[in-house]
Design a protein around this ligand. Sequence first.
Ligand SMILES: [Zn+2]
Length: 259
Amino acid sequence: MVGLLPLKENIGVRVPAGQPQSLTDMMVHHELHTTGSGVKLNWLRAAVLGANDGIVSVASIVVGVAGASDSSGFIFTAGVAGLAAGALSMAVGEYVSVSTQRDTEKALLEKERLELLNEPEEELDELASLYEEKGLTKATARTVAEELTAHDAFAAHVDAELHIDPKALTNPWHAAIASGASFLSGAFIPLIAIVLPPASLRLPVTFAAVLGALVITGTLSAQAGGANKLKATLRVVLGGALAMAITFGVGKMFGVIGI
Ligand SMILES: [Zn+2]
């Protein structure tokens, strides 16, 4: 699957789909697997999970309110409030988490830069020992470390030691917008499904639309993670159905009490 995905530009190599042919291909293949496509898959996974979240939370909110009230106005208002609250909370949460990670990565890069400046000999030894640990002989590891250091010492250390691509640090604003937008894209489904049909069909239409949407997100997330599709989809669909059933029950209960 790796070769089918669009590759990041800064890798600058394109690998055809299928089995790697040579050692170089295998190294490139591995590189793509752990960096380029890994990042892409993480984003796809995050987007699908965000959409999933939007579907289940807003579906539960509108179904819960529908359990207590027949008022289209109430149901719609609750759904819109849930949609806005969820999207904003996802965006803020993502902004904070990515900012923190980015600060940590920047601090590590700065530390590495200073170490290379102040103790280049120790850093060369360190790089050589890293390659030795990977299975190279002492002499080869030394040669590799020396050549990489001569070429671009900082890039070599960042790659071997920190596993960070300094050119590919995640922008917290992009992550926040992507996260909020993916929640929104999912949240619209139950909101539209409960508002459009006549009152008597509201709940069955919403249940059907939500479970159908969850089949899609479940399949997509299983595909992104390379997991068993049926199992993953079943989990997502059952989880969503359970959430709607419980909030409907809660709404019904409070509706009867008249709170
Ligand atoms: Zn180092």
